[in-house]
Write a protein of this length. Structure first.
Length: 285
C-alpha cells in the first residue's frame, strides 16, 4: 500500500494520477486535511483518509497498513518541521517501511531560508530508523510562469535575482520522480538532487515570454527592500514574502542553479523546458 500526504494539493494530485498508471487504485491511499473536499479523489477509486499534520492521533490511523509513504512537505514556513516530525513519528508507529520526502535542492548545504526546516526534517527522518528517499526538489517553473498574466499586463517581471540562473523543472516532472521512487526498486536510502536539465535567468525568461506572447516583457531587477514592498502590496503574508525575497536574492548567488541530471534520469525523459512551461502558462490564461 502506498500513501500520499497532501493528496489534494497540486503536487499530490499529480503524484496520485501517476501512481494510478502503475498500481491498482485499491493499493493507493490519498490523505487529505478535509474529507469534504475529496470527492474528486474518491472518484479515482483510491482510499481517502483524513490526515491533519497537527493531529498525531489522526495521522497514526491514516497510515495503518501503509508500506510506503510520500511525505509532501507542509506549506507554512516556521511550522513545517514540527508537522513533518509528527508525520514521521506516526509513520514509524504505524509500521510504514519507507518514507519518501519532498525536500529542497542541496538541503544539507543550501543558504536558502526555506532550506532550514527541510534540513532538520531530513536529519530527523534519517535518525528515525525508517528507510527513506530524499527528493530534493529544485525551483518550480510554475513559481515564475504562474505570474505571467500580471507580467504581461505590466510589461515586466520583477525580482532580485540579477543574472542568477534557475535550474527549474515543472511540478509534473517532480511528481513523476516521486512516482518512480515509490514504484521502482533500488531507491532505498538514496538522496536525489532534482533540477531541470536547462537553466535560465529571469532576463531570459522575460525574453521567452515576449517571443511567445508577441508583446515586450522586460525583467526589472529590484533592490530586495523594494521587491519586498511590492510583494507586501499584493497582500501576501510576511512569512511568504520573506521566503520569496530570500530565494530571489540567493538565486543571484547560484543557490537555485544545478547541473544535476538526477531528475531526468529518474523520470526517463528530458525535463520540461522554460519554453514549454511558458507555452502552457500562456494557453491557460
Amino acid at each position: 500500500m502506498i500513501a500520499i500526504t497532501g493528496a489534494a494539493g497540486k503536487l499530490g494530485q499529480l503524484v496520485l494520477k501517476g501512481l494510478l498508471q502503475q498500481v491498482p487504485a485499491n493499493q493507493v491511499v490519498a490523505t487529505v486535511r478535509s474529507l469534504e473536499k475529496a470527492d474528486d479523489l474518491r472518484a479515482l477509486g483510491v482510499q481517502v483518509r483524513e490526515a491533519d499534520y497537527d493531529r498525531p492521533e489522526m495521522l497514526l490511523e491514516a497510515f495503518r497498513g501503509v508500506d510506503k509513504l510520500l511525505l509532501v512537505s507542509a506549506v507554512v514556513p516556521g511550522q513545517r518541521f514540527g508537522q513533518h516530525k509528527a508525520v514521521i513519528n506516526a509513520a514509524k508507529q504505524a509500521g510504514v517501511k519507507l518514507v519518501a520526502y519532498t525536500s529542497i535542492l542541496r538541503a544539507g548545504t543550501s543558504e536558502l531560508l526555506l532550506a532550514q526546516e527541510h534540513k532538520k526534517t531530513e536529519e530527523y527522518l534519517k535518525d528515525s530508523g525508517l528507510e527513506f528517499v530524499l527528493l530534493r526538489n529544485g525551483w518550480y517553473l510554475e513559481n515564475d510562469t504562474g505570474s505571467l498574466t500580471a507580467a504581461l499586463a505590466q510589461g515586466a517581471l520583477i525580482g532580485s535575482s540579477g543574472q542568477g540562473r534557475f535550474a527549474s523543472a515543472s511540478r509534473a516532472d517532480y511528481a513523476d520522480a516521486a512516482v518512480a521512487v515509490l514504484t521502482q526498486p533500488g531507491h532505498t536510502n538514496k538522496t536525489y538532487e532534482l533540477a531541470g536539465d536547462q537553466s535560465f535567468s529571469m532576463p531570459e525568461l522575460a525574453e521567452e515570454v515576449s517571443k511567445q506572447a508577441g508583446k515586450t516583457v522586460v525583467y526589472n531587477d529590484l533592490p530586495s527592500a523594494e521587491f519586498e514592498a511590492v510583494l507586501q502590496s499584493f497582500g501576501l503574508p510576511q512569512m511568504f514574502v520573506d521566503a520569496i525575497v530570500d530565494a530571489s536574492v540567493k538565486a543571484s548567488k547560484g543557490e537555485l542553479n544545478s547541473s544535476s541530471q538526477d531528475l531526468s534520469r529518474l523520470i526517463g525523459r528530458k525535463t520540461t523546458s522554460v519554453a514549454e512551461a511558458v507555452t502552457v502558462a500562456l494557453q491557460a490564461r
